[in-house]
Design a protein around this ligand. Structure first.
Ligand SMILES: Cc1cc2nc3c(=O)[nH]c(=O)nc-3n(C[C@H](O)[C@H](O)[C@H](O)COP(=O)(O)OP(=O)(O)OC[C@H]3O[C@@H](n4cnc5c(N)ncnc54)[C@H](O)[C@@H]3O)c2cc1C
Length: 311
């Protein structure tokens, strides 16, 4: 892990820093590099452009850790609206949505799991009506069991619902085994939160080794693996493992974040791979932006320089 990652993620909890950084208009180049806009229209337009380029998308209405029921309801309404808009534009075959349970009520005291499940059901139903699916994002390790429990409940009525597993957690290889069954869509990522070493690998090499072990389990299994990484080594290893396990292109997919390695996204799609771009949108871009900056200290330097030159 980068030495800077932990302090940046910790700094992100400071409301003072958030206030200063959040005064940047979303139109500033730094934010729009990662988030194409704040509105349904803006994200559907971005999705249409990506789909025209031969890519699929998953849309994420930004926001997390809400303790406000009205805000959770507004997030559900935003998902329903965007799903209807995708269907109207004829994009639903190439577009799904990604949902953070903490944005739809999971963090509410006592009733969190029940509210998150009910809200997730509303979004899953809207996705099904639109002709597409939902993937549940995975947040910090304190929520993993609860998120997987909600997933199990949701899958009783919406078996197409996807899960995310994070290779940096010690538990994840076992979770991959449990979820590598037929019909199970699993996105494997490295993990973006600041996790303690009793639950997570903290050395980059150990995270990569775990990622490869998890890839093997998922690609050898019966489910639909969604390989979410920008790492050229992981992408090459995934390609070789797919051949080794006799997986044709289209029986798994690659996923990358909007604005990160766009040329590689198009190169992979051009080589016949299915590639899906994760497109976040909305006004609550702060936590997402900080995680992206923490992943790459070069981005932070660029970000700080841009801030200074704007003063
Ligand atoms: C589709 C998708 C969904 C995700 N969902 C979740 C989730 O639900 N929960 C969760 O914890 N995490 C999620 N993540 C984030 C993920 O866990 C990692 O934090 C992130 O993808 C960086 O890891 P990496 O595999 O790209 O490898 P890294 O080793 O971090 O990066 C490899 C290379 O990718 C490029 N790169 C990586 N990050 C950046 C960046 N910010 N800016 C520019 N270049 C970059 C660089 O070339 C870098 O050398 C998701 C990622 C993707 C792609």
């Amino acid at each position: 892990m980068s030495l800077l990652r932990q302090p940046i993620l910790l700094l992100s909890r400071s409301s003072g820093v958030k206030k200063v950084v959040s005064t940047l208009p979303v139109t500033s180049g730094i934010v729009t590099g990662y988030v194409p806009g704040e509105t349904t229209d803006a994200v559907v337009e971005a999705a249409a452009t990506l789909v025209d380029d031969g890519l699929a998308v998953t849309l994420d209405f930004l926001g997390e850790d809400t303790l406000d029921v009205a805000r959770a309801d507004a997030t559900v309404a935003a998902y329903v609206e965007v799903l209807q808009a995708l269907a109207q534009r004829g994009l639903a075959r190439h577009a799904e949505v990604s949902v953070k349970l903490s944005a739809i009520g999971q963090a509410l005291p006592d009733v969190g799991d029940r509210v998150a499940l009910e809200n997730a059901r509303v979004i899953c139903r809207a996705a099904r009506n639109a002709g597409t699916t939902v993937t549940l994002d995975m947040e910090d390790h304190t929520t993993t069991d609860r998120t997987l429990a909600v997933l199990r409940d949701l899958r009783k009525d919406f078996p197409e619902t996807g899960a995310v597993l994070q290779a940096y957690l010690h538990r994840t290889e076992a979770d991959c085994r449990a979820l590598a069954h037929e019909g199970s869509r699993v996105r494997l990522c490295k993990g973006a939160y600041n996790e303690p070493e009793d639950v997570a690998f903290t050395d980059r090499i150990d995270v990569d080794k775990s990622y490869v072990r998890c890839l093997k389990v998922l690609l050898a299994g019966e489910g639909y693996p969604m390989i979410a990484t920008h790492d050229p080594r992981m992408i090459a290893i995934a390609g070789s493992l797919a051949s080794r396990y006799g997986r044709p292109q289209g029986s798994y997919e690659f996923q990358m974040l909007y604005g990160i390695r766009p040329d590689e996204q198009r190169r992979l799609a051009g080589s016949g791979e299915r590639v899906r771009v994760y497109v976040p949108y909305g006004g609550e871009w702060y936590g997402y932006l900080v995680r992206r900056l923490a992943e790459r200290p070069q981005n932070l330097t660029f970000f700080l320089r841009s801030l200074i030159s704007k003063k």
